[in-house]
Design a protein around this ligand. Structure first.
Ligand code: VGL
Ligand code: ZN
Length: 204
């Protein structure tokens, strides 16, 4: 029997949570680690946020929050330009991203020697989700091939039913096709993909 989860449309219910990943100035076009089209997800995420708020469902907003000498930076031997240094404008959320006052901010990769692409790694996000009896997570944001994919795969590993908001993600694509490959991997881990329209009431 095909369950509701297999077949696309998913009605929001108690036990659902929205996780918005790393929509920060440095990941927008023109930023230190600009993701192509990254700015295009803001308006879409805004709609998801409104939906979750209207149902009284919890929202978690993650941010890459590095010390100035973070190990992922090139000058420390890492792969990336300096980005998302805690407290800087680049690490801030864009003004156009509307974050509800009661959303929970999750800061990650905050220690110099620790890289963490997943919002679950080195944070207490899992504990917070369990505490609120969350069973299904809906994940969108930046970037598909790094923090989104790692967060989604961790969520699956931890046993959460996991939906990827496919209209609210964009890839860095250091190598062409990275984003596509990451989506395949997420599917293999059991993540389902959905779009805003799948959560909206069907027209009469
Ligand atoms: C990310 C590269 C480096 C991400 C963070 O949020 O996807 N990507 N740090
Ligand atoms: Zn980073």
């Amino acid at each position: 029997m095909a369950s509701q989860q297999d077949s696309g449309p998913a009605e929001l219910a108690d036990g659902d949570a929205l996780i918005v990943v790393d929509i920060q100035n440095d990941f927008l076009p023109g930023g230190a680690l600009g993701v192509p089209g990254g700015d295009e997800v803001i308006a879409v995420i805004d709609e998801y946020v409104r939906l979750f708020v209207s149902r009284g469902l919890p929202i978690y907003v993650s941010r890459d929050w590095h010390p100035p000498d973070h190990c992922s930076f090139r000058e420390q031997g890492g792969p990336w330009p300096v980005h998302c240094v805690a407290g800087t404008r680049g690490a801030a959320f864009p003004d156009s991203l509307r974050i509800p006052a009661d959303a929970t901010i999750v800061s990650k990769a905050t220690k110099p020697s620790q890289e963490a692409y997943s919002t679950f790694e080195g944070t207490d996000l899992e504990r917070q989700l369990r505490q609120r009896s969350v069973r299904r997570v809906f994940i969108g944001g930046l970037a598909t091939d790094y923090c989104v994919a790692n967060s989604v795969n961790d969520a699956r590993r931890l046993g959460f039913t996991t939906f990827v908001l496919e209209d609210a993600i964009r890839a860095v694509d250091v190598h062409p096709g990275d984003g596509q490959a990451a989506c395949e991997t997420m599917r293999q881990h059991g993540a389902r993909f959905l779009r805003l329209g799948d959560l909206l009431p069907a027209p009469p």
